[in-house]
Design a protein around this ligand. Structure first.
Ligand code: SF4
Ligand code: MG
Length: 325
């Protein structure tokens, strides 16, 4: 296939002020490469963020981009996708942004099955505001930015996404760019709410889970006596969890039990890859279409809102009538 768009077409000339060595660079590169390999036209792509280091991502990707409020990227992106279903919408949120103040929105996006992709930058700290403990930091861990060890239990993003109803769930690692790019491509191609957690070292505030830590520093394989990474790729183990209408109840229970075991794995053996795909449910946009037959051909973004003179021609009387009791 001839690639008409170049990788550089997905970059901007905005000055990047992430700290040197930040895992965010790997995530940015993975998203750009995924868009390039899918040849998605920048005019059809929207990157939506909240507040945090992750929230700078839309500035660096050529396409539509909106840097919204803390915790509010998901509702903004939901409205955008519903107004213009032709857009490929990618939400970039941090662990604090997405699972702290934005946790409620994170849950409801899953149960709606909106056809978009949520990428969670998980560095376990609030990087932009000097490294406070984020909801994904384990209890008892003391990063250099904390005066005392973290007092709270951590959220497991993979299990939360499953409980919320996300129909595609994956985890990548920021420095495994090719692997992460493939996960993002699969997430974008999936019809429904797709979630990709990314382990993202923050060299400035998280001195525990560093790039060296994940690369395997001090993690000796007893069989070989050599250092091995603290993560492994699910697909290399033959693991797969796909749920379809044909999946029997027994198969479902087996697959879910396997999925939960994988989602709980931590410490020196953290899985990355696709954890879960559920192909049984209609997207939110499809559910809306079944109630409003004209929705797909005339979504809000395609409707005229003003005449040539700029006067409003919208009339919401009909919509209001629907709500009248
Ligand atoms: Fe990256 Fe941490 Fe610096 Fe933020 S504070 S840009 S997450 S290294
Ligand atoms: Mg964070």
């Amino acid at each position: 296939m001839e690639l008409k768009l170049k990788l550089t077409d997905y970059r901007t000339d905005v000055h990047n002020n992430w700290c040197p060595g930040c895992g965010d660079f790997g995530i940015l590169s993975s998203i750009q490469q995924a868009l390039f390999e899918m040849q998605l036209n920048p005019s059809k792509v929207a990157i939506i963020s909240g507040i945090g280091c992750s929230a700078k991502t839309p500035h660096y990707i050529n396409g539509y981009g909106i840097h919204t409020l803390h915790g509010r990227a998901i509702p903004y992106a939901t409205g955008l996708k519903l107004a213009n279903p032709e857009l490929e919408v990618i939400v970039t949120v941090g662990d604090g942004d997405g699972l702290g103040i934005g946790a409620g929105h994170f849950v409801h996006a899953g149960r709606r099955n909106v056809d978009f992709t949520v990428v969670l930058y998980n560095n376990e700290v609030y990087g932009l505001t000097k490294g406070q403990a984020a909801p994904t930091l384990n209890i008892g861990v003391k990063t250099k930015s904390l005066p005392k060890p973290n007092i709270n239990q951590a959220i497991n993003p993979i299990l939360l996404a499953f409980a919320a109803g996300y129909t595609f769930i994956a985890r990548g690692y920021a420095y495994e760019v090719k692997h992460l790019k493939e996960l993002i491509k699969q997430a974008i191609s999936h019809k429904g709410s797709a979630f990709v957690e990314v382990i993202q070292p923050c060299p400035t505030y998280n001195d525990i889970h560093t790039k060296e830590y994940w690369s395997g520093k001090g993690n000796i394989d007893p069989k070989t006596g050599k250092e091995v990474p603290r993560y492994y790729k699910l697909e290399e183990t033959g693991y797969e969890c796909i749920i379809t209408d044909e999946t029997t109840e027994e198969e479902y229970l087996n697959k879910i039990s396997n999925f939960i075991k994988k989602a709980y794995e931590s410490g020196n053996r953290v899985p990355i890859g696709v954890f879960y795909r559920d192909l049984r449910f209609a997207t939110y946009e499809e559910r809306l279409s079944s109630r409003m037959p004209t929705y797909k051909i005339s979504p809000p973004a395609k409707q005229e809102i003003a005449d040539k003179k700029g006067n409003s021609i919208t009339n919401i009387d009909k919509i209001l009538e629907e709500f009248a009791i």
